[in-house]
Design a protein around this ligand. Structure first.
Ligand SMILES: *Cc1c(COP(=O)(O)O)cnc(C)c1O
Length: 393
């Protein structure tokens, strides 16, 4: 049986002989906060001081994690009223912004009342926000999300350069901004997010330069300097064989050169890059079986807990996330196994033909790079198994 490769284990864990959480109640996600703090520190060291760091909480909205991230970042970006509630538990409203299409009137009202910035995704949404602000007698804080005329190359999820439910066409932005200001709203600036999960440092640099340039042009056309230019995020993390990390030092150096054009505050909003490598999904082996020459390890959870690792969350070709037997991290491989969850579907495959030390029933399997778009991005109700626990250490 030839083995298929799996992705790189994050550096903080790769050299361990065993994971420190062998007695955690499984199935569970463990988030190692030291890894998050290290990523924030790396980013801060790389970026010019004028660029704030925001956390896009949809990557991982686990409240105890938000509580620990809050003091390290300059803002939080949310995508629903539910997320906004979590963010406001740990951060003042003026540092929170709410993006995403289809905000209902109740969400707009809650946002305006709270003093959170709305990133407008359509002209109609802007009109509704103005009307709700007037009805409440509260000045709405409004930023405009721009659908840029370019996209982030090498990005797994493209969010610009095409017809899009996200953001407002570049051509309509100046008129809208003037209208918002004319109607008495507090204009909070521009939000331009061109794509997600790119490992291509040069592409990120080029996109950010184009974003800064676009913001400068729009500022001129609006006749007003945006108080904040949110440059979006999109930094990827290594998941698969051959993936290498983005070079944040190079990104920071390039940004330092680019932002001279417009004298304002900037922010990057990152989700995955800040928390993705900090998370490990842990599940114990429930059964081992042979079938037609293949060995299957059946573990406590699969796509119901970790949709992305099974290749069912926006991936075209299924490849293996980094995996290990949790108490035998440095032991030589002894067998080739396919690791599946307990769900009655062939889609429920956490690792396909990976070479690992032998794991017995009761042993713990670890899936790395699991801190972002894991627990809350998985259909935990599907088949009715218990949800995975979550813990920050
Ligand atoms: C999802 C999202 C992000 C975070 O993207 P990552 O790829 O996790 O960094 C940032 N901004 C907006 C508007 C988003 O929707």
């Amino acid at each position: 049986m030839t083995a298929k490769p799996f992705g790189p284990i994050p550096p903080e864990f790769a050299a361990l002989s065993e994971l420190p959480w062998l007695d955690v109640h499984t199935p569970a996600y463990v988030y190692d906060f030291a890894v998050v703090a290290a990523r924030v520190a790396l980013l801060r060291a790389a970026l010019p001081a004028r660029i704030g760091v925001h956390y896009a909480i949809k990557a991982n909205p686990f409240p105890p994690l938000l509580e620990r991230i809050a003091p390290l970042v300059d803002g939080m970006d949310v995508a629903s009223a539910g997320e906004m509630g979590h963010a406001l538990d740990v951060m003042t409203a003026s540092h929170v912004s709410f993006a995403g299409p289809g905000k209902r009137d109740t969400e707009l009202e809650a946002t305006i009342r709270a003093g959170v910035t709305l990133n407008l995704e359509s002209i109609a949404e802007g009109q509704r926000a103005l009307a709700i602000g007037k009805a409440l007698g509260v000045t709405p804080r409004l930023a405009v999300r721009v659908n840029p005329d370019f996209e982030l190359r090498g990005s797994g999820m493209k969010m610009g350069g095409r017809a899009s439910p996200f953001g407002i066409e570049r051509a309509h932005v100046p008129e809208l901004v003037k209208h918002l200001i004319g109607e008495g709203a507090e204009w909070r600036g521009l939000h331009i997010f061109a794509g997600s999960q790119s490992l291509d440092t040069e592409a990120i640099i080029a996109t950010q330069a184009a974003t800064v340039e676009l913001a400068a042009q729009l500022a001129e056309e609006c006749g007003a300097v945006p108080p904040l230019v949110n440059l979006g995020g999109g930094f990827g993390i290594p998941y698969f064989p051959g993936d290498t990390p983005v070079d944040v030092g190079a990104i920071g150096a390039a940004l330092a050169g680019a932002i001279g054009k417009l004298d304002t505050a900037y922010a990057v909003e990152l989700g995955r890059w800040l928390v993705g490598e900090a998370g490990v999904y842990l599940a114990r082996v429930v059964d081992r079986k042979e079938s037609q020459g293949e060995t299957f390890l059946i573990v406590e959870g699969g796509l119901n807990h970790h949709l992305a690792a099974t290749g069912n969350f926006g991936t075209v070709v299924r490849r293996n996330y980094p995996v290990a037997v949790a108490h035998r991290m440095q032991d030589p491989a002894e067998e080739v196994v396919t690791i599946v969850g307990p769900l009655c579907t062939p889609l429920d495959r956490l690792a396909d033909r990976v070479a690992l030390p032998r794991a017995e029933v009761g042993d713990m399997i670890a899936v790395f790079a699991s801190g972002a778009y894991g627990a809350t991005a998985s259909p935990s109700a599907f088949l009715g198994h218990p949800a995975a626990g979550e813990v920050v250490v």
